[in-house]
Design a protein. Structure first.
Length: 339
């Protein structure tokens, strides 16, 4: 075996292995529903796939039959009998096509109706606003002091209906967590409402499903379904203002945050920083990813993001920052304390 073919075989094996692992992860699949809405959509998907497969096989079968007949007879039939057969075939084809279209139309409408029936006045309302290229997440509450803003990671209690209110601050995005619901377009100037529910605890991966500019591919989110008790603990923790720095380094880090450009875009509740251009950082350290799923939330990645976000996610609003090594260490210590 030549070196080139050995290399090709190695690449193929690696691709197959990655594909296998991706399949094993089991999430971000519309065929693995984690709630009632996704289950309805899966039923429709499988039905449409089945109908499509049958129609495809029937068309191929008829085509092969016609080719064989043409080959055998090698002549064009004519006369009243052939004419009648032709008319019957055309009328039969039209009737079958019309029936299939009507049945799929009916089932589409029926699925839409059944999804709409999940509307629940007692649902927990979460407003998700898409923007280039991250998700602002607001938990609504009639009491303003219990209204909570976060980003990119959406905690929900299992078995609880969620009323999802959507909007966009710039261009069209699409909110898609395939295990929980179909795609929901986020349109500027228009507020949409839909309902979803997670029946099992777990992390449901989601992403923007509408091309929205340079970093469309790095606009992910996670829906994290936890027990109602854990959700209540998480919610109370997130409602609290930012942790007050305790070490000298953290205090210096806060000063750097408040005296540099950071304050122009970000909110840290409990400090004078209150802008909503970028994500709310009050509990940044409690999130598992940075920059809408782009990076794991570790010190190294956070440092890279703070210093040179444009090298990681070109076009994002986060500008580069010049910091001396001790300033960077202090800022990171402060940001990492925001649990
Ligand atoms: Cu937002 Cu694609």
């Amino acid at each position: 075996m030549s070196q080139a073919s050995r290399r090709a075989r190695r690449v193929l094996l690696r691709v197959a292995w990655v594909a296998l692992l991706a399949g094993c992860e089991g999430y971000a699949s519309a065929l693995d529903p984690g709630g009632p809405q996704a289950a309805r959509i899966k039923e429709l998907t499988l039905f449409l796939f089945g109908v499509g497969a049958i129609v495809y096989l029937a068309v191929i079968g008829v085509l092969l039959y016609a080719l064989r007949r043409a080959h055998v007879r090698n002549s064009v039939e004519s006369g009243p009998a052939a004419e009648r057969r032709m008319v019957r075939a055309v009328v039969g084809g039209v009737v079958v096509t019309f029936t299939i279209v009507m049945v799929t139309l009916f089932l589409n409408l029926e699925t839409g109706r059944s999804l709409a029936s999940f509307a629940d006045p007692g649902a927990l309302t979460i407003t998700v606003t898409g923007q280039q290229w991250w998700w602002e997440v607001v938990y609504e509450d009639p009491n303003p002091s219990r209204r909570l803003t976060t980003a990119n990671e959406i905690y929900v209690p299992v078995g609880t209906p969620i009323r999802l209110v959507t909007g966009s601050r710039d261009v069209i995005h699409s909110f898609w967590a395939p295990n929980l619901h179909g795609k929901i377009d986020l349109i500027p100037g228009y507020s949409g409402t839909t309902y979803f529910q997670a029946d099992e605890e777990g992390v449901y991966r989601g992403r923007c499903a509408e091309f929205c500019g340079l970093q469309h591919a790095r606009m992910d989110f996670r829906v994290i379904a936890v027990s109602p008790d854990r959700f209540a603990v998480w919610y109370e923790g997130q409602l609290r203002p930012a942790r007050v720095p305790t070490t000298v380094e953290e205090v210096a880090g806060r000063e750097i945050f408040l005296s540099r450009g950071c304050v122009l875009c970000h909110t840290i509740r409990g400090t004078p920083a209150g802008s909503r251009v970028g994500p709310d950082l009050t509990h940044l350290a409690s999130r598992s990813r940075l920059a809408a799923g782009t990076l794991p939330n570790t010190r190294g990645h956070l440092a890279g993001w703070v210093l040179e976000a444009q090298g990681i996610k070109p076009g994002a609003r986060m500008p580069p920052n010049q910091l001396a090594p001790d300033e960077l260490r202090a800022l990171l210590a402060y940001l990492e304390s925001l649990r």
